[in-house]
Design a protein around this ligand. Structure first.
Ligand code: HEC
Length: 678
């Protein structure tokens, strides 16, 4: 295969060139360059690709010309990119060759276009004038020239582009492109065409809608076009103008700004205007002069009955800094259109906004409800009803246990779990489902008594947030969102204030799909009700540590290390039993997933029991054949009931399982002591 051979030769050179870059350019290079020039036209795209990159090592016009020659052959995205890189490497020699006439673009249009587009705009700008001199812009705008002028043209080329648009030298599509390119030059490079630009105003009346809106937009971008403001106001206010043109004119007025534009916009919010113009003018005015916009905004809020239009309006208004509060103060106590208020409530809450004042004022003014969560109430009721009908609490429990949701790290059930948030043992039995949904969806809407957060600033400038865990005459102890206690000396405290937000993060349910949300809610709603989700009666081990031993433990003479290893030994995996008090097989398997090359000897699940008095303790172990119960390093029995004598104090209780017969569930109960919790 010839191309393989060529490839090998090329690779040899490339290493070579990296080894001795300085030595590379000597007489032999001419021969190399000639070969590369040939190989860049090779039939194999792989050879062309390597040749292309090798050419980048020759900083000469010849190499650039040879590289561009690859365009005569079929291209693909990789070759395109390689050529782009190579032209960038060889940009200076190529520009010099073009300027001196050594590289002639005639008959190489494609190469010229590719190279100019590959260059940085400041480089392209150095040669663009020369290239354009002999090249009329086509009526249909073919080629990259219009956009190149926008990206790299000087005021002189920009002028030429504008003139050709003004003289009708382009068709409709090319005219709009030309105006857009002029807008890009103004936006990105702050450049405008040489000379008088007022003739652009003529195009505001162009019969072509595309040209018209592009011209209006450009006037807004230029900002300083004499006479534009009054003409724009006239177009926006004329009853015969089509809606898109009116909107573009109003937007241009907003961009131009200044006293005249403000006065014009105020005029456009008047009662004789059509509703869409009034809305757009009011939101444009809000951006320029909020005070003068307020009466118009109120008027729009009273009269807009199209919810989609209202939403667009409110989004535009709330995009203005500080607008929510000021609008809230200006809204009347009654008389707002409900559709408009509903849209406003939505806009006030989306995108991380919390425009509570505005939400309240809107709800009140439209007689919706004085509750700022009014608009969410429908959603909450709906989810609650669906969860009761379609949620599966057993699946929900596994969602509750997911580590990415972190519910378990902040909440406890039956005492097992974190302490940052309230214990949820009897939550479902004591709270309506709506309340649960709201607590989870909008933690900040109602914060449970006793769980308000505190923000403490200390004299050294640190800030602590958390719930109050304890307080003594000398210290305040906060529990932060991670469950850690922070002790702060009272003498260090500079400021102590109550936080307004819940420590429970909002957006926790975002990663869940609807069914998962329903399942989770169904689970919460069953907590404390008789059945599988009642953790109220104690006497069952909930907090466990699980591990396993393998053959290497036996070889090391450590076959039974879990019987004595410290609880914080990294080999233990902490976990909790399900609410019903069981460790299911699936959970045990997941924790003890063995690598296939290890042979497992035993699985150990450990916990602790504290007894107040010395005396007999009766255990009930639910497991299967092969299970063993060990207390303080002593085997006392297996599955079923076992009674043993224990001293008062804390005892280590271990259930040892045969990995070949892991039971469907493991459950350990006793009424004669208290199992460990946290
Ligand atoms: C960073 C800690 C944290 C995490 C994580 C957390 N919560 Fe909370 N949660 C709290 C705190 C603190 C409260 C009490 C303040 C409040 O009402 O907002 C609370 C309150 C609640 C309440 C209301 C309880 C009541 O008795 O009023 C429910 C229900 C709830 N959380 C469910 C969940 C669920 C479900 C998850 C997991 C998706 C979760 N929480 C994750 C801290 C947390």
């Amino acid at each position: 295969m010839l191309w393989r051979w060529n490839l090998r030769r090329l690779r040899g050179w490339m290493c070579w060139s990296w080894l001795g870059a300085g030595l590379f350019l000597h007489a032999a290079d001419d021969a190399r360059l000639a070969t590369l020039t040939r190989l860049v036209q090779d039939d194999s795209p792989k050879v062309r690709l390597e040749a292309l990159r090798a050419l980048a090592k020759f900083p000469t016009a010849e190499a650039a010309a040879a590289a561009l020659g690859v365009l005569d052959k079929p291209m693909d995205p990789t070759l395109d990119y390689a050529l782009w890189l190579t032209i960038n490497d060889l940009s200076e020699p190529w520009i010099a060759a073009l300027q001196s006439g050594a590289w002639k673009p005639d008959g190489r249009e494609r190469q010229l276009e590719f190279a100019l587009k590959a260059l940085r705009p400041d480089q392209a700008s150095r040669v663009l004038a020369q290239v354009l001199e002999s090249r009329p812009l086509q009526r249909d705008g073919s080629g990259p020239w219009i956009e190149l002028i926008g990206a790299a043209g000087t005021p002189k080329e920009l002028r030429r582009l504008l003139d050709q648009v003004l003289n009708g030298g382009f068709d409709e599509a090319a005219s709009a492109r030309g105006l857009k390119a002029l807008g890009e030059a103004s936006r990105l490079r702050k450049l405008t065409p040489d000379g008088d630009r007022t003739a652009l105003i003529k195009l505001f009346d162009s019969p072509s809608p595309a040209t018209r809106t592009a011209a209006l937009k450009l006037a807004g971008q230029w900002k300083d076009l004499p006479g534009a403001t009054s003409k724009l106001a006239q177009i926006a206010g004329a009853s015969g103008t089509d809606p898109a043109t009116q909107a573009a004119a109003i937007d241009a007025l907003r961009q131009i700004g200044g006293k005249d534009a403000v006065d014009s916009l105020v005029g456009l919010t008047g009662p004789t205007q059509n509703p869409a113009v009034r809305r757009q003018a009011a939101s444009a005015l809000a951006a320029l002069d909020l005070n003068r916009a307020l009466p118009a905004i109120v008027e729009v809020a009273k009269t807009t009955t199209d919810e989609a239009a209202a939403l667009e309006f409110w989004r535009a208004v709330l995009g203005v800094k500080g607008a929510g509060k000021r609008v809230a103060e200006a809204l009347p106590e009654s008389g707002l259109a409900p559709e408009s208020a509903k849209a406003g409530l939505r806009a006030a809450r989306e995108g991380g906004r919390s425009e509570l004042d505005l939400a309240l004022a809107l709800a009140k003014g439209a007689g919706l409800s004085t509750d700022p969560a009014a608009s969410g109430a429908g959603l909450i009721k709906e989810l609650a009803a669906k969860a009761s009908a379609q949620g599966d609490p057993s699946r929900g429990e596994w969602i509750y246990r997911r580590s990415d949701l972190a519910c378990v790290s902040c909440h406890a059930i039956g005492g097992a779990g974190g302490k940052v948030g309230p214990d949820m043992t009897s939550l479902g039995a004591s709270a309506p489902v709506d309340y649960l949904v709201e607590s989870v969806l909008l933690p900040n809407a109602k914060i449970k008594e006793g769980y308000h957060s505190l923000i403490i600033t200390t004299k050294d400038g640190s800030e602590y947030t958390g719930t109050l865990a304890r307080e003594s005459p000398s210290d305040v102890v906060l529990r932060n969102a991670a469950g850690a206690e922070q002790v702060i000396a009272k003498t260090d405290i500079e400021k102590r204030e109550q936080g307004t937000l819940s420590l429970m993060p909002s957006g926790l349910l975002d990663p869940l799909n609807e069914q998962e949300q329903l399942d989770l809610i169904a689970f919460l709603s069953r907590l404390g009700k008789p059945g599988d989700f009642d953790a109220a009666q104690g006497g069952v081990a909930r907090q466990w540590r699980i591990t396993q031993t393998v053959h290497t433990d036996a070889q090391a003479g450590q076959e039974a290390w879990p019987l004595t290893a410290a609880w914080d030994d990294k080999r233990w995996s902490p976990t909790y039993a399900l609410v019903r008090g069981t460790l299911p097989k699936g959970l045990i398997d997941e924790i003890t997933k063995a690598q296939f090359w290890t042979s497992r000897l035993a699985i150990y699940a450990g916990t602790e029991l504290t007894t107040a008095n010395a005396g007999p303790v009766r255990f009930k172990l639910t497991a299967g054949p092969g299970a063993e119960l060990w207390v303080d390093g002593r085997k006392i029995g297996g599955a079923g009931d076992t009674t043993t004598e224990l001293a008062a104090g804390t005892h280590r209780v271990i259930v040892r399982l045969d990995p070949k017969q892991v039971p469907e569930v493991v459950k350990l109960e006793t009424k004669d002591g208290a199992f460990r919790l946290n």
